[in-house]
Design a protein around this ligand. Structure first.
Ligand code: 5GP
Ligand code: ZN
Length: 304
């Protein structure tokens, strides 16, 4: 008798069987088929049109972030369980001999590596803030940033990946414009996703801050209404999945990165982030695993 898998594993199995995603043997780390990537690229393009509309400067980012930048974001304090750090070999010949010996013995070779000057990027917008250091032009600036992000949360839920693409529209500048960007972006994001056939609703949210100290941070973020998510049912109606988030950071990045408004005040920032992989999988679940059979209006919005 076949034991039914949970709905998350069931969906992942369907995506593997259809060869839309490919297993690497690690939960949350997948290869993408050309069909899957074509949908993801089309989703990216929807955000790109938005960036173009607001005159955003486009920055494509690598999946890595400077350790010095990472330290200034305070991410390690709030989300130590999600962090991934890059370690490198800085040794000489003798260390190499020991390294090879440990590899051959199936031993602990990573212990011989040292922290590099980079860590894995947990959010696309973080690398942007040091690029904005100094005085901004009057009215602030819009940026469109995208890249792969890493969060260490292995799961059989195919929408909870360790490595996933994020696409963001970020505003840096005046406090009231930052607040407005967050609010307007939430509405515009929901409407873009609704237009491609996803049933998305907005909900107040908090980040998954770690531990007992984190509970207070999460409660504060909720109380102050700093984060909203657009959620849609992918595997479960009771536990919908966040496919986008709209965040007001106030001076959380402006202060540590020395970003000033045109009048010399500490700049505020706000971002709207889209989970490109989650949107891709939501589309496959909603419209079927073969995009050539999707409704005409949805295909037109995505592929023309
Ligand atoms: P946030 O910074 O709000 O946690 O993440 C922004 C967006 O990235 C989320 O709304 C979601 O769509 C996407 N995202 C966050 N975590 C994951 C994940 O584990 N896997 C995937 N595929 N996307 C994620
Ligand atoms: Zn962001």
């Amino acid at each position: 008798m076949r034991i039914a898998a949970d709905p998350y594993t069931e969906l992942r199995n369907r995506l593997f069987e259809a060869e839309l995603l490919f297993s690497t043997g690690v939960d949350g780390l997948y290869g993408r088929s050309d069909t899957y990537q074509g949908i993801a690229d089309a989703v990216d393009h929807l955000m790109h049109r938005w960036g173009h509309d607001v005159g955003a400067t486009v920055v494509h980012l690598p999946p890595l972030i400077a350790r010095s930048t990472f330290d200034s974001t305070d991410y390690i304090r709030s989300f130590p369980d999600l962090v991934g750090s890059v370690h490198v070999f800085n040794g000489g010949d003798r260390d190499h001999v020991e390294l090879v010996r440990r590899v051959s013995a199936g031993g602990d070779w990573p212990a011989l590596l040292e922290p590099g000057e980079i860590v894995l990027s947990p959010a696309a917008c973080y690398s942007l803030y040091p690029m904005c250091a100094g005085r901004l032009p009057a009215g602030g600036r819009y940026f469109e940033v995208s890249g792969y992000c890493f969060r260490h949360e292995p799961s059989t839920d195919p929408t909870r990946m360790q490595a996933f693409k994020m696409h963001e529209i970020v505003y840096v500048g005046e406090p009231d414009t930052a607040q407005r960007h967050r609010d307007d972006s939430l509405a515009r994001g929901l409407s873009i996703l609704t237009d491609i056939g996803l049933d998305v609703t907005a909900t107040p949210a908090n980040d998954p801050f770690f531990g007992r100290l984190g509970a207070a941070l999460a409660a504060g973020q909720l109380d102050e209404g700093l984060k909203f998510e657009g959620v849609t049912a992918i595997c479960s109606d009771d536990r919908p999945t966040a496919v986008m988030s709209a965040n007001c950071h106030r001076d959380h990045f402006g202060a540590p990165f020395g970003i000033e408004t045109a009048t010399g005040a500490v700049a505020h920032s706000a971002c709207v982030g889209f989970g490109v992989d989650r949107i891709t999988i939501a589309l496959l679940v909603r419209h079927g695993l073969d995009p050539s059979t999707w409704p005409g209006p949805v295909r037109a919005r995505l592929f023309s």
